[in-house]
Design a protein around this ligand. Structure first.
Ligand SMILES: [Zn+2]
Length: 246
Protein backbone atom coordinates (compact mmCIF):
# COMPACT_ATOMS: atom_id res chain seq x y z
CA UNK A 1 0.00 0.00 0.00
CA UNK A 2 1.40 3.38 -0.99
CA UNK A 3 0.25 6.75 0.33
CA UNK A 4 -1.92 8.92 -1.90
CA UNK A 5 0.10 11.59 -3.72
CA UNK A 6 -1.16 15.14 -4.24
CA UNK A 7 -2.12 14.12 -7.79
CA UNK A 8 -4.02 11.02 -6.52
CA UNK A 9 -5.99 13.15 -4.07
CA UNK A 10 -7.09 15.57 -6.79
CA UNK A 11 -7.87 12.68 -9.18
CA UNK A 12 -9.93 10.83 -6.53
CA UNK A 13 -11.86 13.97 -5.61
CA UNK A 14 -12.65 14.71 -9.24
CA UNK A 15 -13.68 11.14 -10.13
CA UNK A 16 -15.72 10.76 -6.93
CA UNK A 17 -17.96 13.82 -7.52
CA UNK A 18 -21.58 12.75 -7.12
CA UNK A 19 -20.61 9.11 -6.60
CA UNK A 20 -21.98 6.77 -3.94
CA UNK A 21 -19.70 6.16 -0.90
CA UNK A 22 -19.28 2.50 -1.99
CA UNK A 23 -17.74 3.73 -5.26
CA UNK A 24 -15.64 6.39 -3.54
CA UNK A 25 -14.11 3.75 -1.25
CA UNK A 26 -13.23 1.51 -4.22
CA UNK A 27 -11.84 4.50 -6.13
CA UNK A 28 -9.41 5.35 -3.31
CA UNK A 29 -8.30 1.73 -2.95
CA UNK A 30 -7.83 1.32 -6.72
CA UNK A 31 -5.48 4.34 -6.70
CA UNK A 32 -3.49 3.02 -3.73
CA UNK A 33 -3.45 -0.64 -4.79
CA UNK A 34 -3.26 -0.60 -8.62
CA UNK A 35 -1.91 -4.17 -8.61
CA UNK A 36 -5.18 -5.56 -7.18
CA UNK A 37 -7.97 -6.28 -9.68
CA UNK A 38 -11.24 -4.32 -9.16
CA UNK A 39 -13.16 -7.61 -8.84
CA UNK A 40 -10.94 -8.57 -5.89
CA UNK A 41 -11.40 -5.17 -4.18
CA UNK A 42 -15.17 -5.59 -4.62
CA UNK A 43 -15.12 -9.03 -3.01
CA UNK A 44 -13.34 -7.97 0.19
CA UNK A 45 -15.67 -7.97 3.18
CA UNK A 46 -16.73 -4.49 4.29
CA UNK A 47 -14.44 -4.81 7.32
CA UNK A 48 -11.47 -5.86 5.17
CA UNK A 49 -12.15 -2.91 2.84
CA UNK A 50 -12.38 -0.55 5.83
CA UNK A 51 -9.10 -1.88 7.25
CA UNK A 52 -7.37 -1.07 3.95
CA UNK A 53 -8.93 2.42 3.90
CA UNK A 54 -7.75 3.04 7.46
CA UNK A 55 -4.24 1.91 6.53
CA UNK A 56 -4.33 4.21 3.49
CA UNK A 57 -5.55 7.14 5.58
CA UNK A 58 -2.75 6.43 8.06
CA UNK A 59 -0.10 6.34 5.29
CA UNK A 60 -1.42 9.54 3.73
CA UNK A 61 -2.42 11.74 6.69
CA UNK A 62 -1.19 9.95 9.84
CA UNK A 63 -2.77 7.73 12.50
CA UNK A 64 -4.57 10.42 14.52
CA UNK A 65 -8.06 11.14 13.23
CA UNK A 66 -9.65 14.31 14.65
CA UNK A 67 -13.43 13.88 14.96
CA UNK A 68 -16.30 16.03 16.10
CA UNK A 69 -19.95 15.26 16.65
CA UNK A 70 -22.97 17.07 18.10
CA UNK A 71 -24.67 15.53 21.15
CA UNK A 72 -28.09 14.25 19.93
CA UNK A 73 -29.70 15.42 23.18
CA UNK A 74 -28.32 18.95 23.80
CA UNK A 75 -26.38 19.71 20.59
CA UNK A 76 -23.12 20.29 22.49
CA UNK A 77 -20.09 19.93 20.18
CA UNK A 78 -17.84 17.04 21.24
CA UNK A 79 -14.29 16.93 19.90
CA UNK A 80 -12.12 13.84 20.21
CA UNK A 81 -9.58 11.81 18.28
CA UNK A 82 -9.62 8.22 17.03
CA UNK A 83 -6.43 6.29 16.40
CA UNK A 84 -6.32 4.18 13.24
CA UNK A 85 -3.70 1.87 14.76
CA UNK A 86 -6.04 1.06 17.65
CA UNK A 87 -8.90 0.41 15.21
CA UNK A 88 -6.71 -1.82 13.04
CA UNK A 89 -5.88 -3.92 16.11
CA UNK A 90 -9.57 -4.99 16.18
CA UNK A 91 -9.01 -7.04 13.01
CA UNK A 92 -8.57 -10.69 14.00
CA UNK A 93 -5.22 -12.21 13.02
CA UNK A 94 -6.98 -15.12 11.32
CA UNK A 95 -9.57 -13.07 9.38
CA UNK A 96 -11.95 -15.28 7.43
CA UNK A 97 -11.91 -15.27 3.64
CA UNK A 98 -14.74 -13.18 2.23
CA UNK A 99 -16.55 -16.10 0.57
CA UNK A 100 -16.56 -18.35 3.66
CA UNK A 101 -19.98 -19.46 4.95
CA UNK A 102 -20.71 -19.03 8.66
CA UNK A 103 -23.36 -20.66 10.84
CA UNK A 104 -25.80 -18.91 13.17
CA UNK A 105 -28.00 -20.99 15.47
CA UNK A 106 -31.03 -19.44 17.15
CA UNK A 107 -33.42 -21.79 19.03
CA UNK A 108 -34.37 -24.41 16.40
CA UNK A 109 -33.25 -22.26 13.45
CA UNK A 110 -29.91 -22.61 11.70
CA UNK A 111 -28.81 -19.94 9.22
CA UNK A 112 -25.82 -20.27 6.90
CA UNK A 113 -24.53 -16.86 5.84
CA UNK A 114 -21.51 -15.02 4.43
CA UNK A 115 -20.13 -11.59 5.38
CA UNK A 116 -21.22 -8.54 3.33
CA UNK A 117 -18.87 -7.07 0.72
CA UNK A 118 -18.92 -3.96 -1.51
CA UNK A 119 -21.21 -5.67 -4.05
CA UNK A 120 -23.81 -6.17 -1.32
CA UNK A 121 -23.55 -2.52 -0.27
CA UNK A 122 -23.99 -1.46 -3.91
CA UNK A 123 -27.05 -3.73 -4.24
CA UNK A 124 -28.84 -1.99 -1.37
CA UNK A 125 -27.68 1.54 -2.24
CA UNK A 126 -30.89 2.46 -4.06
CA UNK A 127 -33.31 0.86 -1.58
CA UNK A 128 -36.41 2.89 -0.75
CA UNK A 129 -35.87 2.53 3.02
CA UNK A 130 -33.86 0.72 5.69
CA UNK A 131 -36.42 -2.10 5.84
CA UNK A 132 -36.13 -2.86 2.13
CA UNK A 133 -32.33 -2.65 2.35
CA UNK A 134 -32.37 -5.17 5.21
CA UNK A 135 -34.55 -7.60 3.23
CA UNK A 136 -32.31 -7.38 0.13
CA UNK A 137 -29.17 -7.81 2.24
CA UNK A 138 -30.57 -10.84 4.11
CA UNK A 139 -31.54 -12.51 0.82
CA UNK A 140 -28.02 -11.96 -0.54
CA UNK A 141 -26.09 -13.03 2.57
CA UNK A 142 -28.11 -16.04 3.64
CA UNK A 143 -27.22 -19.14 1.63
CA UNK A 144 -29.56 -21.50 3.43
CA UNK A 145 -31.87 -21.41 6.46
CA UNK A 146 -33.50 -24.33 8.28
CA UNK A 147 -35.93 -24.83 11.14
CA UNK A 148 -34.96 -28.29 12.34
CA UNK A 149 -35.06 -30.41 9.18
CA UNK A 150 -37.35 -28.02 7.31
CA UNK A 151 -35.89 -25.54 4.80
CA UNK A 152 -36.97 -21.93 5.50
CA UNK A 153 -37.37 -19.07 3.02
CA UNK A 154 -35.58 -15.87 4.11
CA UNK A 155 -38.97 -14.10 4.29
CA UNK A 156 -40.22 -16.71 6.82
CA UNK A 157 -37.31 -16.37 9.25
CA UNK A 158 -38.27 -15.35 12.81
CA UNK A 159 -37.79 -11.63 13.53
CA UNK A 160 -35.06 -12.32 16.07
CA UNK A 161 -32.75 -13.62 13.32
CA UNK A 162 -32.02 -10.16 11.87
CA UNK A 163 -30.46 -8.60 15.03
CA UNK A 164 -28.65 -11.88 15.78
CA UNK A 165 -27.25 -11.92 12.25
CA UNK A 166 -26.10 -8.29 12.55
CA UNK A 167 -24.34 -9.18 15.80
CA UNK A 168 -22.70 -12.26 14.27
CA UNK A 169 -21.42 -10.18 11.33
CA UNK A 170 -20.03 -7.47 13.68
CA UNK A 171 -18.25 -10.18 15.69
CA UNK A 172 -16.61 -11.80 12.66
CA UNK A 173 -15.87 -8.58 10.74
CA UNK A 174 -15.32 -5.96 13.47
CA UNK A 175 -14.33 -3.09 11.17
CA UNK A 176 -17.52 -3.40 9.07
CA UNK A 177 -19.08 -0.79 11.37
CA UNK A 178 -16.91 -0.17 14.43
CA UNK A 179 -18.96 1.24 17.33
CA UNK A 180 -17.84 3.21 20.32
CA UNK A 181 -19.46 4.95 23.29
CA UNK A 182 -19.63 8.73 23.53
CA UNK A 183 -20.42 10.68 26.71
CA UNK A 184 -21.59 14.29 26.58
CA UNK A 185 -19.88 16.36 29.29
CA UNK A 186 -22.65 19.00 29.17
CA UNK A 187 -25.77 16.84 29.71
CA UNK A 188 -24.22 13.44 30.67
CA UNK A 189 -26.04 11.74 27.77
CA UNK A 190 -24.27 8.57 26.66
CA UNK A 191 -24.77 6.88 23.29
CA UNK A 192 -23.24 4.41 20.84
CA UNK A 193 -21.93 5.82 17.57
CA UNK A 194 -20.61 4.06 14.46
CA UNK A 195 -17.38 5.28 12.91
CA UNK A 196 -17.89 5.60 9.15
CA UNK A 197 -14.36 5.56 7.72
CA UNK A 198 -15.50 6.18 4.13
CA UNK A 199 -17.40 9.36 4.92
CA UNK A 200 -14.67 10.53 7.33
CA UNK A 201 -11.83 9.96 4.85
CA UNK A 202 -13.80 11.38 1.91
CA UNK A 203 -14.46 14.64 3.77
CA UNK A 204 -10.71 14.94 4.28
CA UNK A 205 -9.99 14.09 0.62
CA UNK A 206 -12.37 16.88 -0.47
CA UNK A 207 -10.72 19.42 1.84
CA UNK A 208 -7.22 18.35 0.77
CA UNK A 209 -8.09 18.45 -2.94
CA UNK A 210 -9.55 21.95 -2.67
CA UNK A 211 -6.51 23.16 -0.72
CA UNK A 212 -4.16 21.64 -3.34
CA UNK A 213 -6.07 23.21 -6.24
CA UNK A 214 -5.93 26.57 -4.42
CA UNK A 215 -2.15 26.18 -4.22
CA UNK A 216 -2.00 25.29 -7.93
CA UNK A 217 -4.01 28.42 -8.71
CA UNK A 218 -1.67 30.68 -6.72
CA UNK A 219 1.59 29.18 -8.01
CA UNK A 220 0.42 28.92 -11.64
CA UNK A 221 -0.58 32.59 -11.61
CA UNK A 222 2.79 33.76 -10.33
CA UNK A 223 5.23 31.30 -11.95
CA UNK A 224 3.25 30.09 -14.98
CA UNK A 225 3.87 26.44 -14.06
CA UNK A 226 1.44 23.73 -15.17
CA UNK A 227 -0.94 21.96 -12.81
CA UNK A 228 0.86 18.61 -13.19
CA UNK A 229 4.24 20.23 -12.36
CA UNK A 230 2.90 21.92 -9.25
CA UNK A 231 1.16 18.77 -7.97
CA UNK A 232 4.37 16.77 -8.55
CA UNK A 233 6.33 19.09 -6.18
CA UNK A 234 6.81 17.84 -2.63
CA UNK A 235 4.57 19.48 -0.07
CA UNK A 236 7.64 21.15 1.49
CA UNK A 237 8.65 22.75 -1.81
CA UNK A 238 5.11 23.91 -2.58
CA UNK A 239 4.88 25.49 0.88
CA UNK A 240 8.28 27.17 0.40
CA UNK A 241 7.23 28.82 -2.88
CA UNK A 242 3.87 29.82 -1.40
CA UNK A 243 5.68 31.53 1.50
CA UNK A 244 7.99 33.33 -0.96
CA UNK A 245 5.04 34.99 -2.66
CA UNK A 246 2.85 35.67 0.37
ZN1 LIG B 1 -25.39 16.61 25.57
Amino acid sequence: MRMLSARDIVLAWEAGQGKHPVDRALLLLALALPEIAPATLNAWTVGQRNAQLLALRQQTLGAVMPCFVHCPQCDELLEFTLDSEALLRLVPEDADPADQMHTLTLDTCTVYFRLPDSRDLAAVASSADADEARQILMARLIGEARDGDRALAVADLPEAVMPALAEAIAERDPLAGPEFTLNCPACQHSWRAVFDIVSFFWTEIEAQAKRLLGEVHTLARIYGWHEAEILALSSARRQFYLEMIS
